[in-house]
Write a protein of this length. Structure first.
Ligand SMILES: C[S@@+](CC[C@H](N)C(=O)[O-])C[C@H]1O[C@@H](n2cnc3c(N)ncnc32)[C@H](O)[C@@H]1O
Length: 222
């Protein structure tokens, strides 16, 4: 597996992996994409609806950018965050350091970013202020849980690169993981994907995307 690091249009770096012939974020702005698609459309949305304790599930811990931005947002807004991420192919730590993602965070959250990488896999960690963090080193297909979540960041590689993660079975699994009124956010707004979301029972909202992205998706479990 080889990774390369390259800058995106907003100045933040992302990674490219030859394994999936895919980049980890939008080439039009990695930080911007994470903030708009996951923080604003998901975490901020729930916070504005009065959620104080938010159980978050992320498909693809990856660089940890979404995870650390979520802890930053939670810390700045007095939320308790219980983060669960799955990751089948952890990025080597030296690649994470070389990409200098921690420079994207205001202190002390630059340190939080690095800590999320230092913490062991497959164990629940208590962070400050009733916030929990666990990253499972597993394929999504092999993950199961009795827990329910309020929010899912569905951040798989694009359907062209990884069609096996955009199937009805996987979307049904995401639906089942959510509690009532739970929310799934993703950068993908493809017609076939949206039809599948509707078919398993989600209510859909289309929102303008960051940068050049016309549309992104918020799906709500009714
Ligand atoms: C688009 S990247 C996610 C970026 C990440 N959310 C971030 O903030 O950097 C997709 C991630 O899913 C992981 N992945 C790919 N196939 C997977 C699978 N079957 N199960 C779990 N993770 C998988 C990849 O290794 C990669 O880290």
């Amino acid at each position: 597996m080889t990774y390369s690091i390259f800058p995106t249009s907003d100045g933040s770096n992302t990674l490219y992996t030859s394994q999936f012939n895919a980049s980890y974020h939008s080439v039009h702005g990695a930080l911007e994409e994470s903030k708009v698609v996951f923080i604003q459309l998901g975490l901020q949305y729930l916070a504005e609806r009065g959620y104080q304790n938010i159980r978050l599930f992320e498909m693809g811990f990856g660089t940890g950018l979404n995870a650390a931005l979520s802890f930053q947002y939670a810390g700045q807004h007095g939320l308790n965050l219980q983060y669960t991420g799955v990751e089948a192919f952890p990025v080597p730590t030296d690649t994470i350091h070389q990409a200098n993602f921690s420079a994207l965070f205001a202190a002390p959250f630059d340190e939080t970013f690095l800590e999320l990488h230092r913490l062991s896999w497959n164990q629940d960690h208590l962070l400050e202020a009733n916030s929990h963090f666990v990253k499972w080193q597993t394929r999504l297909e092999d993950f199961s849980s009795e827990n329910k979540y309020d929010l899912i960041y569905f951040d798989a590689f694009a359907p062209e690169c990884q069609p096996e993660l955009w199937t009805e079975d996987v979307i049904q699994k995401m639906y089942n993981l959510l509690d009532g009124n739970g929310v799934l956010t993703t950068y993908c707004a493809k017609g076939i994907f949206k039809r599948t979301l509707k078919k398993v029972g989600f209510h859909l909202e289309n929102h303008p995307g960051p940068g050049r992205k016309r549309e992104i998706t918020r799906a709500i479990k009714m």
